[in-house]
Design a protein around this ligand. Structure first.
Ligand SMILES: Nc1ncnc2c1ncn2[C@@H]1O[C@H](COP(=O)(O)OP(=O)(O)OP(=O)(O)O)[C@@H](O)[C@H]1O
Ligand SMILES: O=P(O)(O)OC[C@H]1O[C@H](OP(=O)(O)OP(=O)(O)O)[C@H](O)[C@@H]1O
Ligand SMILES: [Mg+2]
Length: 289
């Protein structure tokens, strides 16, 4: 596999400079121990200590820079990656910026994608929409708009739209409703140039994975009678088996295991009911698995 990298030896990383993904991307990088800008007007930042340089760019342009090999790694939306047609690929899902890419039209006007044949569809994601329609053999006129696509029907330039839907409130306010199958499920993703492994990717990736784990797991500690240990560790198997230590109190052991954050309170109730005591839940600030 080809290897990319800047002449400075720093890993060059593209981060959304504004919009829906920007704050959450910087937050994730901070949690992973990287320096981040404190001024939204700043467009580049070197984190010498960690061997990386950040470039704050439009999320729509990020896949292009990465695909060209100008930058090593990017954080962008899956929908924007697909729309760009760039030679870049997804290497990690980041779990924020979730949205669906959907067709929508005036309430009751359309029920399925095939009805778009011969009609006009406004979107900012021309690449994604054309590919989807082509796969289904639908011949429609795709109108490229920069944003605020929902208003285009009322203004008479389109019959339907294809756009990002998160809460659905923009659609509702425009009197539109979704129809047809979901075109794409999107979220923020880490991307690299197709077929390339930039030197330094593994460390960066492990740090980000550490943040994802720290966000979705918590540490559970409890004491339990030795004879109830098997039942308890069935509830808290940990990632590679829980740590079990002897307690000074005769016949009791202390158990420590990582458990999913979701459902952790319920798990505490279940542990209590089988005899566990001194049950503690603590956040994990960082981790490397
Ligand atoms: N509520 C949302 N609105 C818009 N994009 C969202 C939302 N939630 C997640 N996203 C994702 O954010 C990315 C688009 O970001 P953004 O809206 O900042 O770009 P843009 O529309 O090109 O820029 P802008 O809206 O600032 O002109 C896409 O990957 C999209 O799926
Ligand atoms: O389902 P919702 O929660 O309402 O969010 C979706 C809306 O948010 C985005 O618009 P954005 O603010 O990015 O403006 P834009 O249309 O100009 O890009 C997107 O394009 C939708 O219009
Ligand atoms: Mg937008």
């Amino acid at each position: 596999m080809a290897s990319t990298g800047s002449t400075s030896g720093l890993l060059r990383i593209a981060v959304p400079n504004k919009g829906a993904l920007s704050a959450a991307a910087s937050e994730m990088l901070r949690e992973a121990g990287y320096r981040q800008r404190d001024d939204a007007k700043r467009l580049t930042l070197i984190d010498e200590e960690n061997g990386v340089e950040f470039f704050y760019l439009r999320p729509r342009d990020i896949a292009l820079y990465v695909g060209e090999g100008t930058l090593d790694i990017g954080i962008t939306g899956r929908d924007l990656l697909h729309d760009s047609g760039a030679k870049a690929e997804e290497v990690l899902r980041l779990g924020f910026g979730r949205s669906r890419f959907r067709f929508a039209g005036p309430a009751g006007a359309f029920a399925e994608v095939e009805q778009l044949d011969g009609r006009r569809i406004a979107t900012s994601y021309v690449g994604v929409v054309r590919e989807f329609l082509q796969q289904r053999g639908v011949d429609a006129d795709v109108v490229r708009l920069d944003g605020a696509v929902e208003t285009s029907i009322q203004l008479g330039v389109a019959d339907a739209i294809a756009d990002v839907v998160e809460t659905g409130s923009t659609l509702r306010q425009a009197g539109l409703e979704v129809f047809g199958e979901t075109i794409l499920d999107s979220e923020a993703v880490m991307i690299t140039r197709s077929g390339s492994v930039p030197s330094g990717l593994e460390i960066f990736r492990r740090r980000i994975e550490g943040v994802l784990i720290a966000r979705s797991y918590v540490m559970m500690d409890y004491d339990i009678r030795a004879e109830d240990l098997a039942a308890a560790t069935e509830l808290t198997p940990g990632l590679e088996g829980p740590t079990v230590s002897p307690l000074h109190r005769e016949g009791w052991v202390a158990v420590r295991a990582m458990v999913p954050r979701e459902g952790a309170q319920r798990l505490m109730d279940d542990l209590y009911s089988i005899g566990a005591r001194a049950i503690l839940l603590t956040d994990i600030h960082a981790c490397r698995l």
